[in-house]
Structure formats: structure tokens, C-alpha cells
Design a protein around this ligand. Structure first.
Ligand code: PBG
Length: 329
């Protein structure tokens, strides 16, 4: 076998998987206009950008070759309540951000998360009843309206990340009824109840909203122990009309990506989540891992397992490296 690995030229000729700039989707955290960008403490180099700066940042990323951004609003606590009412405010930060980016960058693909956690005072993705059970159908109704508002504002792909049952079908029907036949649904199809979301919840402030213990979303997000259930759940999203399926987190769930790759021909996305990003940074800072090679390997693993697209906080930096001509891609 070592003849196949003899020198770099041979290895490149025989390489089976590549990471390409075209595969990457860059998440962006957006706070209300005014003020300075704030670095997220647990995510080195990742900022919460005031709206106008977020637009500039998207312009910069697009000029580096980034094709898609995924927007995450940082909603000030005074706008949050039990039901996440602010989500449907026609002048919300979220909708204004979509409009501003759409206007500045007509070609950039805007991926917009559909869930209530940025807007709820407790940090859940849906509306809890008195007894604590997150009400599935009531939540789905709100999410369907939210998705239509986001499409109207200019989102290309709506990405339900809530894990309620039946939401993909409800959102598809609402979009079609409102005439948004070309708005795609990227379903967070296999989203696990993961501890790797910690730094993200820091970034959007849903962690503080939830109090001092890590908010458990086990009522609706998948059990990390359940690969068969994950595939079932994802294939239901496909039947309901999802255009693309996502696995999240990515790196710890490569088996799920691979199983889905074998069970569907729909495009697959992997979300390399905040905790995956932060742990590479942390270990590199300690001098325990080589930053760049670990980063690249972590992304390549997602491609190898079957991802077509990767949402990653590393995306802008990798785009900059490729643009400067020293990337590996
Ligand atoms: C919430 C949502 C989460 C992420 C994206 N959308 C967190 C959660 O479910 O609590 C996590 C992303 C990341 O960790 O990078 N709907």
C-alpha cells in the first residue's frame, strides 16, 4: 500500500476527498445596530457584529468566495418573553438583518435559522406549557409564520433547527401558500441534544436566559445514544419536503452522516458546531494540538463521512487562506 503514498504528488493524485471553498457556509452573529463588534469569549475570532458591521463582514466574506451565510440574531434580553413574541415582529433585528444583507449582496445565499430560542426568556426552541412540556403544534404554527416572514425579507433557505414534529411540512405549505415556491428548506434533520452547543448559547445569550444549569432540550432534540431514531427522524423530514438535510453536531456524529449518505440522495449538510470549534482553539492555545492541521482534518472528516455542505465558524478564515493562495483546498 505504501506505493500509493510514496510522495506528495502521488498522494494528491489519489486523494479521495477534498475540502472546497464552495462547501462552506459561514455562520454570523448579529446584534442590534451601533457599537463595536464583541468577540465571543468562548469562540476566539468569532464576533457579535452590530447589524451594519455584519453587512460589511458578509461583503468581505463574499469577496473571498463565501457563497452562503447562516444568520443568528443576538436579541437583547428586554425583547425576550415566554412565548418568543418578538420573533414575529415585522421590524425584528432578524428580519432587518436579512433585508440589509439581501440588499447589499443580492447573490449571497442567506440561510436563516427557524427556531424560537433567540427570542424566548427561557432559551427553549419552542413555547413551553405550564407543566414544562414544549407545545409541539403551537410552536410549529409560530415557526411557519416566522419562516414566511424570513422568506419575505429575502432568506433563500430557511433552516428549522427546533426539532418539533411536523414542522417541515407545515413550513413548506405556508411558504407555498404565500408564493415562496423557490425558498428552500434546509432541515436540521438529525439534531442532537448536545453539550457541544455551549459556546453558541453564550454567543446569542440563550444560556444566560436559561439560568445557571445547562438547558436540557432532550424533550425535542435527539438522544445522542440513538442512531436508528436519528435516521428515522431525518427521513421523515425528507418525506415532509425538506430540500436538504443537516446533521448536527458534525464531528461527534459522523456515523449518522454516513448512514444518511447511504439512505438518501438529498444533499447533506453538517454543522460543525461551536463546541467543536472552541475545543480545537482551546487545545491549540494550550500547545496540545497543531491548530491548522487539526482544523483541516476536522472538516475533511465531515466531507469523508458524506457531507456536501459544512457550516463552520472556520469558514471565513479558510476562505481568506484560499484567497491568499495558501489554502489546502
Ligand atoms: C438553536 C440553535 C442552536 C445552534 C444553532 N441553532 C443551539 C441549541 O439548539 O441550543 C447551535 C450551533 C452551535 O453550537 O454552533 N435553535
Amino acid at each position: 500500500m505504501r506505493r500509493l503514498r510514496r510522495n506528495p504528488q502521488t498522494r494528491e493524485l489519489l486523494r479521495e476527498t477534498w475540502l472546497r471553498l464552495e462547501d462552506l457556509v459561514a455562520p454570523v452573529f448579529i446584534k442590534p445596530p451601533g457599537g463595536e463588534p464583541e468577540e465571543v469569549g468562548s469562540m476566539p475570532g468569532v464576533f457579535r457584529y452590530p447589524l451594519e458591521r455584519a453587512v460589511e463582514e458578509c461583503q468581505r466574506w463574499a469577496s473571498l468566495g463565501i457563497r452562503a451565510v447562516a444568520l443568528f440574531p443576538v436579541i437583547p434580553p428586554e425583547f425576550k418573553d415566554h412565548e418568543g413574541t418578538y420573533a414575529l415582529n415585522p421590524e425584528s433585528l432578524t428580519l432587518n438583518a436579512i433585508r440589509a444583507i439581501r440588499q447589499a449582496l443580492p447573490e449571497l445565499v442567506i440561510v436563516m435559522d427557524v427556531a424560537l430560542d433567540p427570542y424566548t426568556s427561557h432559551g427553549h426552541d419552542g413555547i413551553p406549557r405550564e407543566d414544562g412540556w414544549v407545545d409541539n403544534d403551537r410552536t410549529v404554527e409560530v415557526l411557519s409564520r416566522l419562516a414566511v416572514l424570513q422568506a419575505e425579507a429575502g432568506a433563500d433557505w430557511v433552516a428549522p433547527s427546533d426539532m418539533m414534529d411536523g414542522r417541515v411540512q407545515a413550513i413548506r405549505e405556508s411558504l407555498d401558500d404565500a408564493g415562496f415556491i423557490n425558498t428552500s428548506i434546509l432541515a436540521y434533520a438529525a439534531k442532537f441534544n448536545s453539550a457541544y452547543y455551549g459556546p453558541f448559547r453564550d454567543a446569542i445569550g440563550s444560556k444566560k436566559a436559561a439560568g445557571s444549569t445547562y438547558l436540557d432540550k432532550g424533550q425535542y432534540q435527539l438522544d445522542p445514544a440513538n442512531p436508528r431514531q436519528a435516521v428515522m427522524d431525518a427521513l421523515i423530514d425528507a418525506e415532509e419536503g425538506a430540500d436538504m438535510l443537516m446533521v448536527k453536531p458534525g464531528g461527534p456524529y459522523l456515523d449518522i452522516l454516513h448512514r444518511l449518505r447511504l439512505s438518501t440522495d438529498l444533499p447533506l449538510a453538517a454543522y460543525q458546531v461551536s463546541g467543536e470549534f472552541s475545543q480545537i482553539h482551546a487545545a491549540a492555545r494550550m500547545g496540545w494540538l497543531d491548530y491548522r492541521s487539526t482544523r483541516d482534518e476536522s472538516l475533511l472528516a465531515l466531507k469523508r463521512a458524506g457531507a456536501d455542505l459544512i457550516l463552520s465558524y472556520f469558514a471565513p478564515e479558510i476562505a481568506a487562506e484560499i484567497a491568499a493562495g495558501n489554502g489546502n483546498g
